[in-house]
Design a protein around this ligand. Structure first.
Ligand SMILES: Nc1ncnc2c1ncn2[C@@H]1O[C@H](COP(=O)(O)OP(=O)(O)OP(=O)(O)O)[C@@H](O)[C@H]1O
Ligand SMILES: [Mg+2]
Length: 510
């Protein structure tokens, strides 16, 4: 049995079905804790959303000032300590009876004893999956593992939001570990992460001592080596890559590509963009201005040096259940090229999954606001269409999206609102906070206030994966830290050392 910590008090507005205050009689209480109390229909579970101290002796500012300005101290003269009380303000979340949760419709009585919530009650109440759930951390102030059901967390998409340095990538590493450690019986999916800064490459490297090795379960793809096979480009994919195509241009380009595909199947071999150009140039049915426009588009794509006769590496070889595929985009500077690679991978994943050629997957988009921006120019929105499609339709096919961003306000509202679970780490910017509040109805004002005071590694999860918003502490990761994150000091030292070396070499040369 859990210890008794307080007693419900009677105030102006509490107890009510939506607010219950209690005075703490023993032990410690923190904002974010869960408490329970006996209730006519079962056990009522409440979330402590504020803790205040009161003391009658110090209530009236004028008396305190009057007294203390005479050089006397109130606490020396009166038993003030005995009159200091800790009042916890709570929000009743539900009433729990025989595994069913109901909304409270009338208040508990003043005088009811309050206990710290029992872990057994709490895990059922919050909707954790104890058997095969993904263990992301511990519920704050309760020794209770946060174990989230794979489907409820990912099926209807996930968003991970926090300011820069809030611990998003750390949390993602923890999630990857959980996904990689699942076995076939537990049901596992493939994970693909689009990694703009090369933060996750350490998963592909042999682990240093004391760290868990995931290298045999990780495929690392350097985006600069990626080649996109032109025969695999459907007109749907192409119009995603070339955003400005008119419907007439689409029709003609589609015809050219499908003719080339027919010829390829007849044994004439795979084709690339040069062959597409030749076919367009020699086509008799196409209008001259369509020709000019299409040839312009194609030669523009050709300049990116990204297309070839076949996919390399092949996507079906990369994406496997229980494995992590990292597409490291850190060496791609050209924005358009980066967008095309992201868009192509997302399209192939989605369409091939729809045809059941690939296992169910989670596609993780770091810096999601770069690829699904709320407002975007032509080159920066190439990937937006397919990402929106996955966000809208993916759940029917086992295609899940995880959007990771430090700028929620720059993130497309439509895509964000399709993310039915949100994990929010520290956010202080009021605009971002407001945006998050609008996209997560379950959050009340006090929970929002708590987000601004989260420390690194503390998170709030809200949405499909949990029955109620839960604050939790992200567990320690088992994989090694990214070796690619360099401190400013180290970067400075390296720069000066290499500069000195260059100078010495130049001197020797002279
Ligand atoms: N749960 C945690 N436990 C311990 N350290 C953590 C935790 N979360 C984050 N950190 C540390 O805090 C720092 C920032 O974390 P991280 O890189 O995950 O932030 P981020 O939100 O991804 O930032 P950015 O937006 O810049 O990518 C890292 O050094 C990381 O090791
Ligand atoms: Mg990060």
């Amino acid at each position: 049995m859990n210890e008794e910590i307080g007693t419900v008090i009677s105030g102006l507005e509490s107890p009510s079905p939506s607010s219950v205050d209690f005075v703490v009689t023993s032990g410690v209480i923190h904002r974010g804790m869960f408490v329970e109390l006996d209730y006519s229909e079962g056990t009522m579970i409440c979330l402590v959303n504020d803790v205040v101290k009161t003391n009658r002796y110090f209530e009236r500012a004028e008396s305190v000032k009057e007294f203390e300005s005479q050089g006397k101290k109130l606490f020396e003269q009166f038993p003030t300590e005995e009159w200091e009380f800790l009042i916890a303000k709570t929000r009743p979340l539900g009433v729990f009876s025989k595994k069913l949760v109901k909304r409270p419709s009338f208040p508990p009585s003043p005088g009811t004893k309050v206990k710290i919530a029992d872990n057994k009650h709490l895990e059922q109440f919050l909707g954790f999956d104890l058997e095969t759930g993904l263990e992301l951390g511990k519920v704050e102030y309760h020794d209770l593992d946060v174990k989230l059901n794979l489907s409820s967390l990912l099926k209807k998409h996930l968003a991970v939001l926090a300011l820069s340095g809030g611990g998003k990538s750390y949390l993602m590493s923890v999630l990857f570990e959980e996904l990689l450690e699942r076995n076939q019986e537990q049901g596992r999916i493939a994970t693909v992460v689009l990694d703009p800064h090369g933060e996750y490459s350490s998963f592909a490297e042999p682990a240093e001592q004391g760290k868990k090795d995931f290298s045999s379960k990780t495929n690392l793809v350097k985006a600069e080596k990626v080649k996109i096979g032109v025969p695999k480009l459907s007109i749907g994919i192409l119009s995603g890559i070339i955003p400005g195509l008119s419907s007439a241009q689409k029709r003609d380009l589609g015809r050219i590509i499908s003719n080339l595909n027919v010829e390829m199947r007849r044994g004439l071999g795979a084709f690339d963009l040069k062959d597409v150009q030749t076919a367009i140039a020699g086509d008799k049915d196409m209008k001259e201005n369509t020709k000019i426009a299409l040839l312009g588009w194609i030669s523009h794509l050709e300049e990116l040096k990204l297309f070839s006769k076949a996919d390399s590496p092949s996507i079906s070889d990369l994406v496997e259940p229980g494995k992590l595929t990292i597409i490291d985009l850190s060496n791609i500077i050209n924005v358009k090229k980066k967008q095309i690679i992201v868009s192509y991978f997302a399209q192939r994943l989605f369409y091939d999954r729809r045809k059941k050629l690939l296992p169910p997957f989670l596609l993780v988009l770091e810096e999601a606001h770069q690829f699904i921006p709320e407002r975007a120019g032509k080159d920066t929105a190439i990937a937006k269409g397919i990402m929106r499609t996955i966000a809208r339709e993916g759940r029917k096919f086992g295609a899940s999206l995880c959007l990771v961003s430090q700028r929620p306000i720059q993130l497309d509202t439509t895509a964000l609102s399709q993310c039915n679970t949100k994990i929010i780490l520290r956010i202080t910017n009021p605009y971002d906070l407001d945006h998050v509040a609008k996209s997560a109805e379950a959050l009340d004002r006090r929970s929002l206030d708590m987000i601004t005071s989260l420390r690194v590694g503390e998170a709030l999860i809200v949405g499909e994966a949990v029955s109620f918003p839960v604050f939790f502490k992200v567990r320690e990761k088992k994989s090694q830290d990214s070796k690619h994150e360099v401190s400013l000091e180290d970067a400075g030292r390296r720069f000066e050392e290499s500069k000195k070396q260059n100078e010495e070499e130049a001197k020797e040369f002279l």
